[in-house]
Design a protein around this ligand. Structure first.
Ligand code: GDS
Length: 210
């Protein structure tokens, strides 16, 4: 069994998708929780390749950058497509998820009070891309790419679940996306993780906004 450790603040943030992947794939991992006080001391920041967390340890190998970590896990656990074309499609979907995550993170950390309402108004124009991606793959009955789950699905479902906290009705105009979030979230091992205190009690973001 791989020896995985997530090194991160006590938030869902950029790590919950990797936690969802590992839980769903039946893989154990450890958490090294970094407090903001420890981070302020600066030693961990100096160690981090780009001066930020999350870090991720796979045995003796330590890496950074959340999307690279997701890809690492996708490769290790057969969640990166069945062939190079599927892998490229999964990369494309994941880059789209990253684009939306960046907009979400900027609003949450930099413009929550003044920007939240406009952000929610603009959401349908973002979500329609993902609805179409689903419609074009097995009529939306499965995953974003191919016929097996990929790291991009965990990333998308995590981000959509965060958006359902921000704006509970945001998927009401998107029947395929709405069914997709419910379907993926009810995979038995994933559902067990999503129902756990570890998941439920961990704040979504580091500044208390959600
Ligand atoms: N590309 C990297 C990845 O994907 O792994 C981004 C990693 C990242 O942003 N890490 C943050 C971090 O280490 C924690 S995630 N911060 C400490 C530091 O920089 O010293 N990030 C932009 C992004 O996600 O792309 C952010 O906006 C993070 N916010 C999200 S938390 C500040 C505040 O509260 O305003 N003290 C910290 C805000 C912050 O880092």
């Amino acid at each position: 069994m791989p020896e995985y450790t997530i090194v991160y603040f006590n938030v869902k943030g950029r790590c919950e998708a990797m936690r969802m992947l590992m839980a769903d794939q039946g893989v154990d991992w450890k958490e090294e929780v970094v407090t903001f006080d420890t981070w302020q001391q600066g030693d961990l920041k100096k160690e981090a390749v780009f001066g930020q967390l999350p870090g991720f340890k796979d045995g003796d190998f330590t890496m950074y950058q959340s999307n690279a970590i997701l890809r690492h896990l996708g490769r290790n656990h057969d969640a990166y497509g069945k062939n190079p074309i599927e892998a490229s499609r999964i990369d494309m979907v994941n880059d789209g998820v990253e684009d939306l995550r960046l907009k979400y993170v900027r609003m949450i950390y930099q413009n929550y009070e003044n920007g939240k309402d406009d952000y929610i108004k603009a959401l349908p124009a973002e979500l329609c891309h993902f609805e179409r991606i689903l419609a074009n793959n097995n009529e939306g009955k499965g995953f974003t790419v191919g016929d097996q789950i990929s790291f991009a699905d965990y990333n998308l479902v995590d981000l959509l679940r965060n958006h359902l906290v921000l704006a509970p009705d945001c998927l009401s105009g998107f029947p395929l996306l709405s069914a997709y979030v419910s379907r993926i979230s009810s995979r038995p091992k994933l559902e067990a993780f999503l129902s756990s205190d570890a998941h439920k009690n961990r704040p979504i973001n580091g500044n208390g906004k959600q």
